[in-house]
Ligand binder design. Structure first.
Ligand code: T4K
Length: 394
């Protein structure tokens, strides 16, 4: 008799998807509108350095988020570096380890030490109750990360930062279009940083933005992202080149016009995943608070190996053989990457939730390149693998 497992590609069957299904496939807005913008840009011969598209993009983002200032940048990593420097951050900064490595690198790059605090396993975000134990005389700031677009309780972090006289910034790379207690993210703390990287649901090819309600900080950031220039031939600070190009802003503006469509598509896929993955033993899907605004751009699973009978790693391996390119964000946790694992070899002892979650989470494909039929098929494959866990693990 033919084994059910032989239906899986890695056991000799055909892959469930003939073409690879990627996490992070970019959303593309209206191509004609984009091409027209690029055409005008070429005609006008203005390609970078605070051009008209960048100005328009900044204004539209500031209006959408209800913040005073938006400063567009070449990417979120440089934006995080600049924000930290412009805010006068030094010494140590408390960050989660359950994040993309850029959050920590933006600090370490300028010899500021990231101190990793643990997360709440329910929200995947910094656990506010853990933060205070990591504050030392060298601590100057907290950088919260709104992981998967779920706010890392910014109002609570504001209270902690104020109590200890710390700066507070947010890595909002995942969180464009999300709200907390009815208020759009972007205006919390001293500043927030968004990413418009190609893999984000709203992209500008590469890109990022800082938003803030602090006039002075906004001015410093504007100068610092332009080599420190405060006027013609006048340099006031050490600066770098963090400028967004006009072609990136053209893409950003075009994406912004399709924002509602992107979110609606993500939501449809999210609902389809939730239905398709219901009642699979050991598989839990991370759920979003639908009473708030969310962008639904990450489909996050937690795999409990005991309940599912299969580890997250083995499941990802089998899905890859089916051309379902699930990703293990955020494995292994930043504290287990270099240079942090050498600098803090025992950090894991204080990060039990981060360690557990980084062994259990995985991300599934969504966005406009994925439709509900694809989602149903992905869920079928996962259900099949778990149902046959004993055989696929043998
Ligand atoms: N903070 C947080 C919390 C972040 O998640 C990120 C970035 C940052 C800060 C820094 O933001 P930026 O400086 O990038 O603006 C990807 C993205 O490159 C990265 O931006 C993102 N987070 C991270 C979560 O995911 P990788 O190393 O997984 O990228 P890669 O090349 O493996 O691509 C991911 C998937 O996307 C693949 O399945 C292929 C697909 N893809 C990618 C690109 C670029 C496409 O299908 N088309 C494309 O054009 O980091």
């Amino acid at each position: 008799m033919k084994s059910v497992v032989s239906d899986l590609a890695s056991y000799g069957g055909a892959p469930a998807f003939p073409e690879k299904l990627h996490v992070g496939r970019p959303n593309i807005g209206d191509r004609d509108v984009l091409m027209n913008r690029i055409g005008d840009m070429l005609d006008n011969r203005w390609l970078s350095n605070n051009g008209p598209y960048v100005k328009e993009f900044e204004q539209k983002i500031a209006d959408y988020l209800g913040v005073k200032h938006c400063i567009a940048m070449c990417n979120a990593t440089i934006a995080l570096e600049i924000v930290a420097r412009a805010a006068g951050v030094t010494g140590e900064v408390i960050v989660p380890s359950f994040t993309f490595v850029a959050t920590a690198h933006a600090l370490q790059w300028q010899e500021i030490t990231p101190i990793f605090a643990d997360i709440d396993p329910k929200t995947h975000n910094l656990d506010p109750e853990q933060i205070e134990q990591f504050i030392t005389p060298r601590t100057t700031a907290i950088i919260g990360v709104h992981v998967w677009g779920t706010p890392c309780v910014p109002d609570v972090l504001e209270t902690i930062a104020e109590k200890h006289g710390l700066k507070l910034m947010f890595d909002a790379a995942h969180a464009f279009g999300c709200s907390h207690q009815g208020k759009m993210l972007g205006g919390f703390g001293d500043a927030e940083v968004f990413s418009f990287h190609a893999t984000k649901f709203m992209n500008s090819f590469e890109g990022g933005a800082v938003t803030t309600n602090d006039d002075e900080l906004a001015e410093r950031i504007r100068f610092m992202k332009n080599f420190g220039f405060a006027g013609y031939d006048q340099v006031d600070y050490v600066g770098t080149n963090g400028k967004m190009t006009e072609v990136a802003a053209a893409m950003g503006l075009t994406s912004l016009e399709s924002l509602d469509h992107f979110i609606a598509t993500n939501y449809k896929n999210y609902v389809a995943y939730r239905e398709g993955l219901a009642n699979i033993p050991g598989i839990r899907m991370f759920e979003y608070d639908e009473a708030e605004k969310r962008n639904y751009q990450y489909i996050v699973l937690e795999v409990d190996a005991d309940g599912a009978g299969i580890s997250r790693n083995r499941l990802v391996e089998l899905l890859h053989a089916e051309n379902i390119l699930a990703r293990r964000y955020f494995y292994p946790g930043v504290h287990r990457m270099e240079p942090y694992s050498s600098l803090f070899p025992h950090a894991g002892l204080l990060l039990p939730n981060t360690q557990t979650l980084s062994e259990q989470t995985m991300i599934l494909p969504t966005g406009t390149a994925v439709n509900p039929d694809d989602v149903a098929r992905v869920c079928e494959v996962i259900r099949f693998i778990v149902a046959n866990a004993a055989e696929v693990n043998a």
